[in-house]
Design a protein around this ligand. Structure first.
Ligand SMILES: Nc1ncnc2c1ncn2[C@@H]1O[C@H](COP(=O)(O)OP(=O)(O)OP(=O)(O)O)[C@@H](O)[C@H]1O
Ligand SMILES: [Mg+2]
Ligand SMILES: [Zn+2]
Length: 270
């Protein structure tokens, strides 16, 4: 057997320098059964080979995941205005500094996390009046995250409308497909939470949102939200069961200042 022939060499003859990474590999002593000659020194496979194999397997797994999530990506309702938003074209101010920092932290934590500890990223609820850049920051997060994660950005009223529309016999979408996508994607960004219509705690919209938020809560999947509502009025809208879960898994972060849309109008006139 060629393998055994090799084993009969002296230990120092089995030392070699890897031509790929330059590591010096000492042989290892292996206990073979007596009929195969007992203990023998054999050449060690270089660690860099093992690492390369692991990386190849990881790449294959990631490819499969991306394929599976492809349809989630196309589900994003970012729209033309927000597809160009980034952290770079967000002008920071005192009033928005905390929101900018929190959003960046959230993104960085998720990008760095491996699939097993993604859940450690605490979510964010950006809360503030009209036009302060909440959706801008949410879109910037999305545009960054989508490079490596299955991330969905949805406007909450639109999401609910889309689910409702799927009930029609003319629809080519199925409720399950939409709901499963937002439940299972790596990161869910809910824009404009609280601007949808709820009719009390047990109405359809509250139930739908609850199923989604509760699934992600139980499975430790991160959620990022923006809202115009103050915490109390948000709770009145979405109900205490959704609110309580969101408060646990997200940090409430103010995003304040003047309405940037007005500023743009004034700058255009000036
Ligand atoms: N700090 C900023 N730097 C650059 N652009 C900004 C900034 N804040 C807001 N904008 C721009 O102003 C417009 C309005 O901002 P955005 O839609 O993010 O506000 P919002 O807080 O989500 O408002 P609303 O509560 O009404 O949804 C967007 O085009 C956004 O890119
Ligand atoms: Mg907005
Ligand atoms: Zn090597």
């Amino acid at each position: 057997m060629p393998g055994l022939e090799q084993d009969s060499r002296l230990p120092h003859e089995l030392v070699y320098t890897c031509t790929d990474c330059g590591a010096i590999n000492e042989p290892i002593l292996v206990e073979f059964p007596a009929r195969l000659g007992g203990a023998k020194y054999i050449r060690r496979r270089c660690q860099c080979m093992l690492r390369k194999n692991i990386e190849a397997v990881e790449r294959a797994k990631n490819f499969e995941r991306t394929q599976r999530y492809e349809r989630y990506f196309s589900f994003s309702t970012l729209g033309k205005r927000f597809s160009s938003k980034s952290f770079e074209n967000f002008k920071a101010s005192k009033e928005t500094a905390a929101a900018l920092r929190k959003t960046k932290e959230f993104v960085n934590k998720i990008i760095k996390a491996t699939s097993s500890d993604e859940e450690r990223a605490q979510g964010v609820i950006l809360i503030g009046p009209v036009g302060t850049g909440k959706s801008h920051l949410a879109a910037a997060a999305f545009n960054k995250l989508k490079e490596s994660k299955a991330c969905i950005f949805v406007n909450v009223p639109e999401l609910l409308e889309r689910i409702r529309a799927s009930y029609s016999s003319k629809s080519n979408e199925r409720e399950d497909d939409i709901v499963n996508a937002v439940k299972q994607c790596d990161v869910l960004i809910l824009d404009d939470l609280g601007s949808e219509r709820h009719k009390g705690d047990d109405d359809w919209a509250t139930e739908k949102l609850f199923t989604i938020v509760d699934f992600r809560y139980r499975n430790m999947r991160p959620i990022f939200c923006t809202t115009n509502c103050q915490p109390n009025s948000l709770e009145d809208k979405i109900g205490p069961r959704i609110m309580s879960r969101l408060r646990e898994i997200c940090d409430l972060t103010p995003c304040l200042g003047e309405d940037y849309r007005y500023r743009c109008v004034f700058e255009r006139r000036a």
